[in-house]
Write a protein that binds this ligand. Structure first.
Ligand code: CMX
Length: 459
């Protein structure tokens, strides 16, 4: 058994149940919570602007800024041991309190987005209202359809997604309002409008890319106004009849929506957004960060690696043989995909939640690829500890994520990061709204050359 992250969810759930918003709309709820947050920030700056909360070591500067506390991010905080909390709620808390789709049990993107944006748990009615709004706004402008259709099928789906998202800025409410001239206090409302429109259109854009590349002869279904965002995404992809896959996508997309601010995609959206670039441009930049193999591309890499392992081991799948295969990977100088993390120092609770999903589905329990993932997860931490390099030898969310898609027939693994891209918009765009509501400034850290660092050391 993998060690379980300690879960302190009961008090948080009690707290969360008190936070059920009323019948307010998302905008009204946000409008209500913003003044208190603005006041909290004002007091922090006024009373503690000069308080030190950490030190900067040379190893932080040359080590990818690991561990530096240098960013404000409201929606979630990542604890190295416990994992992610969304406004204080752990993943099991969220699974208890966030409303699912009418035909499902898993968390959905709308309820997670509501929580991330407002810090409140939406009622089922509020979640449905948001689903209807997103379905209403989901169609792409014709010129974006034409643009995507004109791209070569051989262009990586993530590149296509980034191109499509940046082109959507043609209709940016924020950009138009900024050009007209608006007050700073109004920035967040136009940013929110763009963010909602973008979240609504992402599944349609992502599904169009999928159809163009992988199913060019099939007709893409249209949006069903009665479905939730991810129910529609599964439908548009052509998997609407597969209830288990739809539920899996709902869970995966909700869980993956935010992982605090320092990860490369979230940070990129924040940095670009701090220049007052609109949400479309900010998020397209984030998607290109997500496209790197050490970040979002890992889910496709895991599947590729597990399939290669399966092929090589054939019928001889034993812990010993898996161990040998892990050593072969490490000795060839490659990383073991799906293991390790920049912050986490325990098994990723998102990995645990996906494993639990697999355990509830007999077809997944029997799946050869999922069984291999499970066996690998038992063996790999020991091997990685013995190898002695990684600070976290445990599986991260990507150790399973792509393999479940593969089992359900969504086998085009170059596409997997696109699904991650649909998901991560929830958190990255939430922060853009809050950055505007709080009036956060242009991000501009100080860089130093090695000579300048040496001068500082010798002072
Ligand atoms: N296999 C082999 N070596 C690993 C390793 C792994 N899974 N994870 C880390 N290491 C190595 C690093 O490459 C590094 O080696 P060098 O000193 O030679 O450069 C050393 O261990 C220390 O790394 P670390 O501090 O533990 O991890 P980082 O913060 O540098 O990197 C991550 C984090 C995720 C990029 C890394 O663990 C990795 O490459 N994992 C595999 C890819 C993967 O699963 N990515 C998905 C991340 C999930 C997400 O984005 O949310």
């Amino acid at each position: 058994m993998l060690p379980r992250t300690p879960l302190f969810f009961l008090p948080a759930v009690r707290f969360a149940s008190k936070r059920f918003a009323s019948t307010q709309s998302l905008r009204e709820t946000l409008q209500d919570v913003i003044p208190a947050k603005q006041e909290q920030l004002r007091k922090l700056k006024l009373n503690h602007g000069q308080t030190t909360v950490g030190e900067v070591k040379i190893e932080n500067i040359v080590g990818g800024m690991r561990g530096l506390k240098a960013m404000l991010w409201e929606a979630s905080v990542l604890d190295p041991i416990e994992g992610i909390r969304f406004h204080g709620l752990t993943i099991p808390d969220c699974q208890k309190v966030l409303p699912p789709a009418p035909d499902g049990k898993e968390i959905i993107a709308e309820s997670m987005l509501w929580l991330l944006l407002t810090g409140k748990v939406p009622s089922p009615e509020q979640t449905r209202q948001l689903s209807s709004e997103l379905a209403e706004k989901g169609d792409l402008p014709k010129f974006v359809e034409d643009l995507i259709d004109s791209l070569p099928k051989s262009l990586h789906p993530m590149t296509q997604l980034g191109i499509g998202v940046s082109a959507l800025n043609h209709d940016s409410a924020f950009q138009a309002a900024y050009e007209r001239g608006i007050k700073k206090s109004e920035y967040w409302t136009y940013t929110l409008e763009d963010c909602i429109n973008l979240i609504a259109r992402l599944p349609t854009l992502a599904a169009r890319i999928y159809h163009n590349i992988y199913k060019p002869t099939t007709q893409m279904p249209s949006i069903d106004r009665n479905l939730d965002l991810v129910g529609n995404y599964a439908r548009l992809l052509g998997y609407g009849d597969n209830h288990s896959l739809t539920e899996y996508l709902r869970l995966y997309i909700a869980l993956h929506g935010d992982h605090e601010g320092g990860n490369a995609s979230a940070h990129t959206a924040h940095l670009v957004g701090s220049t007052l670039s609109d949400p479309y441009l900010s998020y397209s930049a984030a998607l290109f960060a997500l496209a790197g193999p050490l970040h979002g591309l890992a889910n496709q890499e895991v599947l590729r690696w597990q399939l290669a392992m399966q092929k090589e081991l054939g019928t001889e799948i034993t812990p010993e043989n898996i161990k040998d295969y892990l050593w072969k990977t490490l000795r060839s100088g490659q990383v073991v995909p799906g293991y390790g993390h920049g912050v986490l120092r325990n098994p990723d609770p998102r990995f645990i939640a996906l494993q639990e999903f697999c355990d509830t589905r007999p077809e997944l329990k029997e799946s050869s690829i999922i069984r291999l993932v499970n066996m690998t997860a038992q063996v790999a931490p020991g091997v990685l500890m013995e190898h002695g390099k990684t600070k976290n030898p445990y599986p991260n969310v990507d150790a399973t994520s792509g393999c479940v898609l593969y089992h359900y027939g969504l086998t085009e693994f170059k596409y997997y990061t696109v699904i991650f891209g649909v998901s991560r918009a929830l958190g990255a765009l939430t922060q853009l709204v809050w950055a505007r509501a709080l009036g956060l400034p242009l991000e501009r850290p100080k860089s130093l050359s090695m000579d300048a660092l040496e001068k500082l050391i010798n002072q």
